[in-house]
Design a binder for this molecule. Sequence first.
Ligand code: ADP
Length: 163
Amino acid sequence: MVTAVYPGTFDPITGGHEDIVRRGARMYSRVVVGVAHSRGKNPLFEPEERLAIAREALADLPNVDVVSFSGLMVDFARRHGATVALRGVRSVTDFDYEVQLAGMNRLMLPGLESVLLVASERYQFVSGTLVREIALMGGEIDRFVSPKVAQHLRAKVASRKQG
Ligand code: ADP
């Protein structure tokens, strides 16, 4: 039985993230998606919102749990008894960063293997940052996120305009 963690900011969870979780859930007995607080990144959605949105988007996957965490990814992995850390790679830029992260994490927790999944063609150019920007500028985001996530994004943009 292998437990994998998939940590990220998920602000909000995109089709690309979902794809990684769905593929990971076919590879490992359990996947724990960790929604990081990531306060330093100044996220659009609050941590509780990001958690609820990701839970809703992944509700059909019986071997996937979605939890929030703050602090180090290795501590989060250790708490859940995970031996695999899943990450997604879209480009050489992602790869560079992920290799560095994997190396540092291995120094801190040698029992945790980082597994990098190459983004599916359909989501290769999808990034949370761009999805947020497009949504905030009133653009069409339905191809990049699942329908419920798109609703949450539209509601957030509308509430910002009122505020
Ligand atoms: P972080 O703040 O840790 O980078 P993100 O939520 O941005 O968190 O991303 C979590 C993981 O998902 C990272 O490994 C990132 O490279 C990967 N990822 C992001 N977008 C995609 C995508 N479209 N396809 C595949 N992997 C992706």
